[in-house]
Design a protein around this ligand. Structure first.
Ligand code: NMX
Ligand code: MLT
Length: 434
């Protein structure tokens, strides 16, 4: 058995026993109360699922197995310029332990070994118009691999529940390994006349993905390492992760459940916001007729967007109440690697201008930037100007978190997810005479 799989198995089995005992002996303990506002307001804050891989603090931001982004940057094995390798984060999310550089290298090789994409995926993608939105191509590409699912095959053969996690692990590793090839194929067919590039298995996961997209620039490789690490997981309640969790709880295999999650990521209030942000910034630059807008010009444009009844993309969050540490990590990256970019300076000016305006509306709970407020400007800097592709990059990264969490869910024997819904009559009955 692979070292990672063995390590996971050892940890998961004992946690499974522990949680079963807790549920049996203390299962009736009350841990939450639900208000009508939560029922009518998108279930914010209701504790209703187990998610081992990360935890989101409204003020401090994401913690991967307890580690903040600066700690991850410092402690995970990194590329030559010091940015963390997402392979290490995947290891951490599955085991709770920081891997050694050798363990990360072995995982890189394992993913290269599993990375061959069945021909039917390329044939299926080629049958679609090249201008189909890249996120649509992405989910179709994932679905085209589903017939390869180890879990589905073994389930049909009578797989016992105690071995579900093993088959889900195999599917998840295969899927993660193949995603850069599928995602890069979509990019090259959509934007580079279908001129595809062969993988370079001497590179790590992120650098190889950058290479497949068409860049061997060392700084861009570093950006990809950081990007694929910080977008990987944001606890379990976000729309894409929750979708994966819900769908996989029916014992749909990782291909089916991950594709479902990517359809959630494709919405403009979620992952598609990275496309919306950069589109909005360039529309502003066009409308103002300058690459270097002043704060006053930006403020006026923000007001105009709000007056048109639209949201300011890249700002606000359902959970966070401070600037997103993933925004800050990208800002630090830009400070270190990029000198004199008007576009990046504009992103930072927007950061100075937008929060007080949103605060002034009196209804926005979080006026600060989220992860999507910065990523597009970095990609444009390195020559990736195809905005509609940006959410695919987010999706490749998100696979690491949601699939690691999915392995945990099956190992811990999590049941079918099925919360309660209510009708408006029920709601009115609750408030009658209160
Ligand atoms: N611009 C304008 N209005 C906003 C914004 C914003 N950026 N954020 C929140 N509001 C409004 C929101 O539309 C709502 O208005 P109304 O009551 O008229 O419907 C009000 O403020 C209260 O919303 P909140 O409770 O603060 O936010 P909620 O938790 O409902 O939604 C988001 C969170 C992220 C959906 C929301 O902030 C938003 O639409 N942001 C812009 C889109 C975005 O950047 N999404 C990416 C999130 C991160 N990701 O990658 O997934
Ligand atoms: C995410 O990374 O999933 C987003 O920030 C949305 C969220 O956490 O709700």
């Amino acid at each position: 058995m692979e070292a990672l799989k063995q390590k996971f198995a050892d940890k998961a089995l004992s946690l499974y026993q522990e949680l079963r005992t807790i549920s049996k002996e203390k299962g009736s303990l009350k841990v939450d109360e639900v208000t009508l506002q939560q029922v009518l307001g998108g279930a914010r804050g209701i504790k209703m699922m187990l998610w081992e891989t990360s935890q989101l603090d409204p003020n401090k931001g994401i913690r991967f197995r307890g580690y903040s982004i600066p700690e991850i940057k410092e402690q995970l094995p990194s590329g030559p310029q010091g940015e963390p390798k997402p392979e290490g984060l995947f290891w951490l999310m599955l085991t709770g332990e920081i891997p050694t550089a050798e363990e990360v290298d072995a995982l890189t090789q394992e993913w290269h070994r599993r990375a061959d994409v069945p021909q039917q995926v390329y044939t299926t993608l080629d049958s679609m118009p090249a201008d189909t939105h890249p996120m649509t191509q992405f989910t179709i590409g994932i679905m085209a691999m589903q017939s390869d699912s180890v879990f589905s095959r073994r389930y049909a053969e009578g797989l016992p529940k105690s071995e579900y996690w093993d088959a889900v692990y195999e599917d998840s590793m295969n899927l993660i390994a193949r995603l850069p090839r599928v995602a890069a194929y979509i990019y090259r067919r959509a934007f580079k006349d279908g001129k595809h590039i062969d993988p370079d298995t001497s590179l790590d996961y992120s650098a190889n993905y950058a290479h497949l997209l068409g860049s061997d620039d060392e700084d861009f490789r570093s950006l990809m390492r950081l990007y694929l690490t910080i977008h990987a997981d944001h606890e379990g309640g976000n729309a894409s992760a929750h979708t994966v969790n819900l769908v996989s709880s029916t014992l749909s295999d990782p291909y089916l459940s991950f594709a479902a999650g990517m359809n959630a990521l494709a919405g403009p209030l979620h992952g598609l916001a990275n496309q919306e942000v950069i589109k909005w910034i360039f529309e502003m630059i066009d409308a103002l007729g300058t690459q270097t807008p002043t704060e006053q010009q930006i403020a006026d444009y923000v007001q105009q967007t709000l007056d048109e009844g639209k949201v300011i993309p890249g700002y606000g969050h359902a959970v966070l109440r401070e600037p997103d540490p993933r925004f800050t990590a990208q800002r630090r990256f830009a400070e270190q690697y990029i000198k004199d970019s008007d576009l990046i300076t504009t992103v930072w000016k927007i950061f100075d201008v937008v929060p007080p305006i949103l605060q002034g509306l009196g209804k926005v709970k979080n006026p600060w930037p989220n992860v999507d407020a910065h990523s597009g400007a970095l990609l444009v800097h390195y020559g990736f100007r195809e905005f509609s592709y940006y959410t695919v990059l987010f999706g490749v990264s998100r696979a690491l978190g949601v699939l690691a969490a999915g392995i945990w869910s099956r190992a811990l024997g999590m049941p079918l997810e099925r919360p309660k819904s209510v009708t408006s009559d029920w709601v009115k009955a609750q408030v009658k005479d209160k």
